[in-house]
Design a protein around this ligand. Structure first.
Ligand SMILES: [Zn+2]
Length: 476
């Protein structure tokens, strides 16, 4: 339009004529129509159309204004209808705005278009978002560096992915399968499409985004310090802390006891040494699969208990969901009936919180129940693990490692610098199996198991103990 006006101004002397096929083509609404009309007149141009004769007399102007007004109404009506249709789609769980990177629209069999993962962007985004939640990517910049080699993400004028895009990605609920649109009164809604990440992961990311304004230089993560929380100072029994030390060219991981009164304070242990010692220690925990029958009975009981616990948990979650739904209903009713701005604000905040709780519970409820028929498979896995816990450690996956530490040990394992791990208190499941195993004399000779005689208690200040290892087995 602006270009047209400047063209008209330039060719003023040629007495230009503007031809429009219909009055609705000229301006969005009556107000704009009148302004444009005046602007066209001011540069000396004429307006003509096959469907209407423009004139300056009062009758012509009345008709022109009425037509412009009707076309404005028509336009508004269309917009309203489109908006109503879109709102209805949104309420029914179908997202209908611009598809975010990682998603595309496909035709649905039930009519309309639905979101679907678009590969490889979806998998990359999933890895990036989950990586940020787990701490694999410590900062948003780390996440950006991970995505940068892939040309599918749009760039700023310097050829980089703009930091704001990373932030938007982290806080976009659509990747967790939800959306909301407050201007149209659409509350947090679970969409009918596959989420790229779980709602729990999304919440974790929000917590991380909110908890920290600037990134620390180098933080410790679970992967870097798998033993953290499970390694205790062999001298004072206090849990050791994992931390990074910056060397000339790279960072080194250490564990250390930070108890003020401990003689071992300030004597750091390289995390690589501690892990090597831990592997040696795990070797000693191997046991035979001999008394499988008894163990199987025990596991069956544990398994049944788990199924039972799952049912109980589901029941209580269903009750929670019902309570939240009723709270949402009540809050919505109150929202409709109130005029007070403060109350509206408070109710909206409450609704927001309730919808988020609902999302978490719905996700939890969708988790499947352990099936009795899966027992054999799980039992075999468990036996394999108990026969050789080291295997689980060697997968290198932090979840496996934490599972091992939690299943086998009841408390942090005492560690003596330069020596290794002392016999620790193992968990009851493990102890029962150990008892079954060691009651079988024959087997105890050959299978290799945790020393039943503990190391003598000593402190390093009284000198190091004998390096001779105690006999691994004692006949009972
Ligand atoms: Zn200590």
């Amino acid at each position: 339009m602006r270009e047209m006006l400047s063209f008209l101004r330039k060719h003023k002397d040629d007495e230009p004529v503007i031809i429009i096929d219909d009055i609705s083509r000229l301006a969005r609404d009556l107000d704009a129509h009148l302004k444009l009309r005046a602007a066209i007149g001011s540069v000396g141009a004429r307006l003509e159309s096959p469907s209407i004769e423009f004139g300056d007399d009062s009758d012509s102007q009345l008709i022109e204004n009425m037509l412009a007004s009707v076309s404005q109404h028509h336009r508004q009506k269309n917009a309203e209808q489109t908006q109503n249709r879109m709102r209805a789609r949104l309420q029914a769980g179908y997202f209908c705005f611009w598809a975010p990177t990682g998603y595309k629209y496909v035709k649905s069999t039930s009519g309309g278009k639905v979101l679907e993962r678009e590969e490889p962007a979806a998998s990359l985004i999933q890895e990036a978002l989950e990586g940020y939640a787990s701490g694999r990517f410590q900062t948003q910049a780390d996440m950006r560096r991970f995505l940068e080699p892939h040309p599918i993400f749009s760039r700023d004028k310097n050829g980089n992915i703009h930091p704001q895009r990373i932030k938007n990605m982290l806080s976009n609920k659509i990747y967790a399968g939800h959306y909301e649109y407050r201007p149209w009164g659409i509350p947090l809604t679970k969409g009918k499409f596959d989420p790229i990440i779980s709602w729990a992961t999304f919440e974790q990311n929000q917590n991380r985004l909110n908890s920290r304004t600037s990134a620390p230089q180098k933080t410790t993560s679970a992967e870097d310090f798998p033993l953290r929380g499970h390694i205790a100072c062999g001298c004072c029994g206090h849990p050791m802390t994992g931390y990074w030390v910056k060397g000339r060219s790279k960072h080194y991981a250490y564990y250390e006891c930070f108890q003020k009164t401990c003689p071992e304070r300030r004597k750091s242990v390289r995390s690589a040494d501690a892990e090597a010692h831990f592997l040696q220690y795990l070797n000693k925990l191997r046991m035979s699969c001999g008394p499988i029958a008894i163990a199987k009975l025990m596991f069956k009981e544990l398994w049944d208990r788990r199924i039972h616990a799952h049912s109980a948990h589901q029941k209580s979650q269903k009750a929670n969901l019902a309570r939240i739904n009723s709270d949402i209903r009540k809050a919505t009713e109150r929202l409709i009936n109130t005029d007070s701005n403060a109350t509206i604000k408070a109710l909206e905040a409450r609704l927001d919180k309730l919808e988020k709780e609902k999302a978490l519970i719905t996700e939890d409820l969708a988790k499947t129940k352990p099936k009795p028929k899966d027992f054999d498979q799980s039992f075999r896995t468990a036996m394999e693990f108990l026969a050789n816990p080291r295997k689980l450690w060697e997968t290198g996956r932090i979840d496996d490692r934490k599972a091992l530490l939690n299943i086998v040990f009841e408390a942090p394992v005492p560690y003596i610098r330069n020596k290794g791990f002392r016999t620790a208190k193992t968990s009851s499941v493990f102890n029962i199996l150990k008892d079954i195993s060691s009651s079988d004399d024959e087997m105890a000779e050959t299978m290799g198991f945790e020393p039943t005689r503990p190391f003598r208690a000593y402190s390093l200040s009284r000198g190091a103990p004998s390096t001779t290892r105690p006999r691994l087995h004692r006949r009972v």
